[in-house]
Every structure is written in structure tokens, then in C-alpha cells.
Design a protein around this ligand. Structure first.
Ligand code: NAD
Length: 331
């Protein structure tokens, strides 16, 4: 059965990536929307042929429970709203995809996992790169030690915040939980974890703030080191003030890396074995199709809520290190 997805929050990511990806998906389709803006409801209904009965706002959202067209709710809201809408969706009997970063803190992540478990619904996090062939190759090279064990790892992800939009939710701590680290840094934490196939045990971190007028409440650039049980130190950096996007692993017998590493399209890869190259694909379509197949077959998703929680544990340790003047903090 082709499953119906309802997108909650029709901002940049829903309109620019997820809705177009759902036009290409094989195992799911855009069945419904949840929006607080009536004009968007009208526009989307026309553009994507969505019946009126599948359009909800934030007040009547819970009645989605009675709508058999909707199998999966995809939460694409500011971070501070992820927990509430994930839990409400699960309690309405829907499976849930929640965008990254999963929530404001570890405790909220745990509550979301518990609520979905209790409602017997599947929960996954929008970690699109697990479905990208370049990142799957990085996982293979790293975890299977194809070029030997890792001796070093570096990853950087960020973008330069423009001159404007200074009241955006991403700049407000209460809505975003943090700045570049929460938004862009999670990709580098993910990359360090899935390249090594291991969990970091400790972190050290420092930060840089060149535009304190813009980043009043949240971090701008954070440099952090993840320490793994075998002694490997992964050097990562996140930013709202630099256009960064790369990862590189050095191994006993060579190296491999991606640069750019984290975009939706146009990733480029290189290893000691030669260029890493794959035909273009749609990460989001692959991600949502995989989840629909998991729901249909009962197979576990490779990006469950627990993945988001593990990253949030690392994020919290990094913020503790920043607060403690760069002291080593256990994850
Ligand atoms: P956005 O600001 O473009 O959209 C947010 C949406 O939430 C808007 O439609 C807005 O109207 C709605 N909203 C509802 N209540 C709101 C409130 N009280 N305050 C502000 N907005 C409110 O943001 P976005 O870029 O679409 O990001 C949404 C989520 O998707 C975030 O969690 C973000 O991290 C994630 N995201 C993920 C990726 C990815 O590659 N996986 C890419 C971009 C964004």
C-alpha cells in the first residue's frame, strides 16, 4: 500500500524539498498538510491536489486520528515544537517522522521515544544522509575498515547567515535550542558516529562569536572534538558564519572523504581507491520511501528516535564543555 504522509509546517524544507520529493516517491505520497496559514492551505491544495478533508491547522490537528488517508505525520516545525507534535501525532495513531535536531534536549527526546512506543507507532528522524549513496559508501569504508582503521577524522558543516531575517526562530534559544551546533553540527556528529560505527565517550569544545549582534542567544561557530573508545579524536566544527561542508577520514592505508559533503545534491567524493561517484538521486524521496516500507513491513527504521537521542547526548556534552571553559566532558 502506498502510504499517505501529512507534512506539519509548510516552511522552507517542506516546500523546497519534502513536497517535491513526495512527487517522486514510490511507497508514499503527499496526502495531507497541517498549517496555521489559510493562504498556504489554499495554495498547497491546488498545487498538490490535496482534498479539503486532509487539511488541518494546529488547533484541529488531533482529529487527524479519524483520517485513514494519513498513515504518517512528518513534523517539519521549529525545534521547540518537535516534541509536542510528535507526541500528538503518535497519540492520534500515526507513525512519525520528526526533523533534526530531534528536540531541545535529551529528556524531550526520551519522552518522544516513550510516547511513540506506548502508542505502538514507529518514530524516525529526518536523517536524509543515511539514504544517500555517498554517505553509505563512507559508512562502508569506515565501519568495514576497507582502508584500515581510522587514524583521524574531520568534519565541518555550516553556512554564512546573511544580513537579514534577524528575528528568525533559528536565532532564538527557546525555539531552536541552540545555534549552528544544533542545526548544522548534528550532521558532523552523525558523520563521526556512522563513519566509525562507534559512540563517542567524551568531548571538548570551544566557540567563536564574530557577530554577537546577530547571534545574541545562540552559538555561532563551535569547534569540538569527539573522543572515541579506541582513542580516535574526531575534529568537528559547526557554524552560522562559514560556508563549510566536508568530511575526511584518514586511515592506516589511505584516506576517504566528501567535499562538498552534506548538501541535497552535488556531493563529491574521493578515496585512495579513486573517485567516489554515483548518479543523482533524491535523498528525501529515498528516506520517506524507506520509512513507508518499514511501516508496511514492520521492519525497524535505520534512523529511529534513538539515533536523534544519541546525537542530542553529544550536543549536551558539547554545551557543557563550552560552559565549563572547554573542559573535557563525558557524553
Ligand atoms: P522554516 O522557518 O522555513 O519553516 C518552519 C515552519 O514552521 C513555517 O512554515 C512556520 O510557519 C511554521 N511555524 C509554526 N509555528 C511556528 C512558530 N511558532 N514560530 C515559527 N514558525 C512556526 O524552517 P525549516 O527550514 O523548514 O525547518 C523546519 C525543520 O526542518 C527544522 O527542524 C529544521 O532543522 C529541519 N530542516 C531539516 C533539513 C534537512 O536537511 N533534514 C533541512 C532544513 C530544515
Amino acid at each position: 500500500k502506498k502510504l499517505g504522509i501529512a507534512l506539519v509546517g509548510l516552511g522552507g524544507y517542506s516546500s523546497g524539498q519534502l513536497a517535491p520529493a513526495l512527487q517522486q516517491a514510490q511507497h508514499c505520497y503527499l496526502a495531507g498538510i497541517v498549517t496555521g496559514t489559510p493562504a498556504k492551505a489554499t495554495e498547497w491544495a491546488q498545487k498538490y491536489n490535496i482534498p479539503q478533508k486532509n487539511i488541518y491547522n494546529y488547533e484541529n490537528f488531533d482529529s487527524i486520528k479519524n483520517n485513514p488517508d494519513i498513515d504518517i505525520v512528518y513534523v517539519v516545525l521549529p525545534v521547540s515544537m518537535h516534541k509536542e507534535y510528535t507526541i500528538r501525532a503518535a497519540q492520534a495513531g500515526k507513525h512519525v517522522i520528526c526533523e533534526k535536531p530531534m528536540a531541545l534536549n535529551v529528556a524531550d527526546c526520551q519522552e518522544m521515544i516513550n510516547a511513540c512506543k506506548k502508542a505502538n507507532r514507529m518514530l524516525s528522524i529526518g536523517y536524509r544522509l543515511h539514504f544517500d549513496p555517498y554517505h553509505q559508501e563512507v559508512m562502508r569504508l569506515g565501519q568495514k575498515q576497507v582502508l584500515g582503521a581510522l587514524t583521524a577524522f574531520e568534519a565541518a558543516n555550516g553556512f554564512k547567515w546573511g544580513n537579514g531575517n534577524f528575528d528568525a526562530w533559528r536565532l532564538k534559544k527557546a525555539m531552536a535550542g541552540g545555534g549552528g551546533l544544533m542545526d548544522m553540527g548534528v550532521y558532523t556528529i552523525q558523520a563521526a558516529r556512522y563513519t566509525t560505527g562507534k559512540e563517542p565517550i567524551a568531548v571538548t569544545a570551544r566557540q567563536e562569536k564574530l557577530r554577537p549582534d546577530v547571534f545574541k542567544e545562540v552559538d555561532e561557530t563551535v569547534y569540538f572534538e569527539l573522543e572515541f573508545p579506541d582513542g580516535l579524536k574526531a575534529k568537528c566544527q559547526s557554524s552560522y558564519n562559514n560556508n563549510w561542508s566536508s568530511l575526511k577520514a584518514t586511515t592506516q592505508k589511505g584516506s576517504f572523504g566528501l567535499d562538498p559533503g552534506f548538501p541535497y545534491n552535488g556531493i563529491k567524493g574521493q578515496s585512495t581507491l579513486g573517485p567516489i561517484s554515483y548518479p543523482p538521486m533524491n535523498q528525501q524521496a529515498a528516506q520517506m520511501d524507506d520509512f513507508a516500507q518499514c511501516v508496511n513491513s514492520g521492519k525497524a527504521t535505520r534512523v529511529p528516535g534513538e539515533e536523534g537521542l544519541k546525537d542530542m547526548k553529544v550536543v549536551e556534552a558539547i554545551y557543557r564543555s563550552l560552559a565549563n571553559g572547554g573542559k573535557r566532558e563525558l557524553v
